[in-house]
Write a protein that binds this ligand. Structure first.
Ligand SMILES: O=C(O)CCC(=O)C(=O)O
Ligand SMILES: [Fe+2]
Length: 356
């Protein structure tokens, strides 16, 4: 643990060690941002770095197989690393219910939420945590999250998941699965990967994890990080955000940030590090960050689609067929994942773990 002043130590004890989370701290009625959550000025999101003339594409996928649709998806994946999809087939009521489920969970009394705190939780497949890597961060992120591991064998522990939201999670997972498969299929086709057997394809998306992110109302969001700039370690991430906004994506100029405007019924899709690696940089896993809201709790529900922990991945042989040099070595996903969580969010630096 990093050395901290006595007040920060007290907050760490309440928020992290006692498992009340930042939500528990906000519910005590704090009216200023504690030092433990105050970013140094150079890490804050400055208004003059927010791009006003770019937005990430919104793609209507009502006809997935239309070549214009598949082209737009692959182009956005290579240029922005992010896009939104509408008319994707996940019913609006499923999206609304899962967000309501997240609000219901975080609206529970502290002692009820605490039953799922990492270490207390009745199952290893569900865990409530705070910030990102509190032991490695001198300033914490203004966020708690409840994480559900959702591979088929994990669903056996469904009876141990929080009753206020477990049905909603499973329903959302089931409705999102065809979207995940379709996206991967299109993205692999865009790499001109022929003849990839189902088992290899499936291995890239074998383990979905659904998170309920909660960014409680913050007295001064400009001083804090909801989530610091980072890229995801997933193959792809499917993110449902609410209508508060607050998600920013690094623009292609590398300096400014693009706000991802909430679109009713849309899902935000982003490429993760695994896809950047297997595509040998054709697709970009782009940095993004999130900011809390000054008046309301913000929730978002990402599905991180990842390989299995024991899977080995590297640039696909099909991508290197024409003599292209691999930019990354092969790594075991569990090693990559452990490295990601061993440090604070630090932009795209996790990729260096695999870079040649
Ligand atoms: O809450 C958001 O909009 C983004 C969250 C995110 O980037 C993450 O959980 O990895
Ligand atoms: Fe992320």
């Amino acid at each position: 643990m990093l050395p901290r002043d006595p007040n920060s130590e007290k907050i760490i004890d309440f928020v992290v060690n006692k498992g009340n989370g930042i939500k528990g701290l906000v519910d005590t009625g704090i009216e200023t941002v504690p030092e433990l959550y105050t970013l140094p000025p150079e890490e804050r999101l400055e208004a003059n770095t927010i791009s006003t003339h770019h937005s990430i594409p919104v793609i209507d996928v009502s006809n997935w197989d239309d070549p214009k649709v598949t082209e737009s998806i692959c182009e956005a994946a290579g240029k922005w690393g992010f896009f939104q999809i509408i008319n994707h087939g996940v019913p609006l009521e499923v999206l609304e219910s899962v967000k309501e489920g997240a609000h219901r969970f975080f609206g529970l009394p502290n002692e009820e939420r605490n039953k799922y705190w990492v270490g207390n939780s009745p199952s290893g497949t569900v865990a409530l945590k705070t910030s990102f890597a509190p032991e490695a961060e001198s300033v914490l992120e203004w966020k708690d999250y409840l994480s559900f591991r959702c591979s088929p064998e994990d669903l056996e522990s469904f009876p141990l998941w929080p009753p206020v939201c477990r049905n909603e999670v499973v329903k959302y997972l089931e409705s999102a699965k065809p979207v995940i498969r379709k996206l991967l299929e299109i993205l692999l086709k865009g790499l001109k990967v022929k003849e990839m057997d189902e088992a290899r394809k499936h291995s890239l998306i074998a383990t979905p994890t659904i998170n309920f992110n909660c960014y409680p109302r913050c007295p001064n969001p400009d001083l804090t990080a909801g989530v610091r700039p980072h890229s995801d370690v997933s193959t792809i991430t499917i993110l449902l955000q609410d209508d508060n906004g607050g998600l920013y994506v690094r623009a292609t100029d590398g300096n400014s940030w693009i706000h991802v405007q909430p679109v009713n019924g849309a899902l935000v899709i982003n490429m993760g590090d695994v896809l950047q690696i297997v595509s040998n940089d054709r697709y970009k896993s782009v940095e993004h960050r999130a900011v809390a809201n000054g008046s309301k709790d913000r929730v978002s529900v990402p599905i991180f689609v990842t390989p299995r922990m024991d899977a080995v991945f590297g640039p696909l042989p099909e991508v290197l067929e024409n003599g292209e040099q691999p930019l990354y070595k092969e790594v075991v996903f569990s090693d990559y994942f452990k490295y990601f969580f061993s440090k604070k969010h630090d932009g795209k630096q996790t990729l260096d773990f695999a870079r040649i």
